[in-house]
Design a protein around this ligand. Structure first.
Ligand code: G3H
Ligand code: ZN
Length: 290
């Protein structure tokens, strides 16, 4: 993971982190990455991991890695406790996103630092490098389609001074920041990024930490490109994949209400998810970056 993100930092592109909770969505992500020769991060939130099974997710990813020879990194997305981090590592995950952003600043630092030290402490036991992403700022929304307008307040954004202090005191490898991004797609508002704030955060942190953008769905393409130029190296996308899946499924069930074969029913969803992932890989610039 470190190597993949380091190369992205040097090459000024970003690697997509795509969420999945079923085998066919994972396959669609992998097939898209394979066709475009792209490194990829596949993620499960706590809920998604519970649905597919964390050990099962790791086994599937292992099989795909072996079958495709691609660098496919399995990431715990928005882990909220040490218990869930431990479960992911035991199951074979390569990367941990610990989200303490709902806690007070000091609690977030204390909990994130404890996760970093736990992960460092078990390094030898697992014989693989596991990287830790922290989160700072108030990221609104959830990975779904929102009718209500998005209202981001200035105090929601990550402060450059706090970001520097947070990284120094926790020892995280990566930091998820809030710069106008939010989880989900907002039908009534534009999800524009505050690029000036991003530049200030980059300036405060230098290159020693990887910058991560959550809430990758619904952000204008131009903002995404500029954010990558300014140092974002990992972009999380979930809602656009969920919408593609759902639209494909509803259409198929309407058109063929008597179809009962799962792989036939799921084919349009599979194709739709794959095509969104391909678009994102191209937009993020990780095509051909193996
Ligand atoms: O952690 C997952 C991402 O931040 C997903 O955000 O649903 O807006 O694409 P999104
Ligand atoms: Zn997120």
């Amino acid at each position: 993971m470190k190597e993949v993100l380091k190369r992205a930092q040097e090459g000024q592109y970003a690697v997509g982190s795509f969420n999945f909770s079923t085998a066919e969505v994972l396959k669609a992500i992998v097939m898209a990455a394979k066709e475009l020769n792209s490194p990829t991060i596949v993620s499960t939130s706590e809920g998604e991991g519970e649905f597919i099974g964390m050990a099962e997710a790791a086994a599937l990813v292992g099989a795909w890695r072996h079958g495709t020879k691609l660098p496919i990194i399995l990431n715990l997305d928005h882990g909220k406790s040490l218990e869930s981090v431990k479960k992911a590592i035991e199951a074979g995950y390569d990367a941990i996103h610990f989200d303490g952003s709902a806690m007070s600043y000091d609690e977030n630092i204390a909990n994130t630092a404890a996760i970093v030290s736990y992960v460092k402490g078990i390094k030898e036991k697992f014989d693989r490098e596991i990287i830790v992403e922290g989160e700072l700022g108030y990221l609104r929304g959830s990975s779904s389609v929102h009718e209500e307008a998005l209202e981001i307040k200035p105090e929601d954004l990550t402060s450059p001074e706090q970001a520097k202090d947070f990284v120094e005191r926790t020892g995280v490898d990566s930091l998820a920041i809030v710069i106008g991004n939010a989880h989900g797609i907002f039908l009534k508002s534009e999800e524009g990024l505050n690029l000036e704030r991003l530049a200030q955060i980059r300036e405060a942190l230098g290159e020693k930490v990887f910058l991560v953008l959550h809430g990758g769905s619904g952000i204008p393409e131009d903002d995404i490109k500029k954010a990558i130029e300014l140092g974002i190296v990992k972009i999380n996308v979930n809602t656009e994949l969920r919408v593609a899946y759902q639209v494909g499924l509803v259409k198929e069930l309407k058109e063929k209400p008597t179809e009962t074969t799962p792989y036939k029913i799921l084919a349009p969803s599979f194709d739709a998810v794959k095509s969104v992932v391909k678009e994102k890989i191209k937009l993020f610039g990780s095509e051909g970056k193996l």
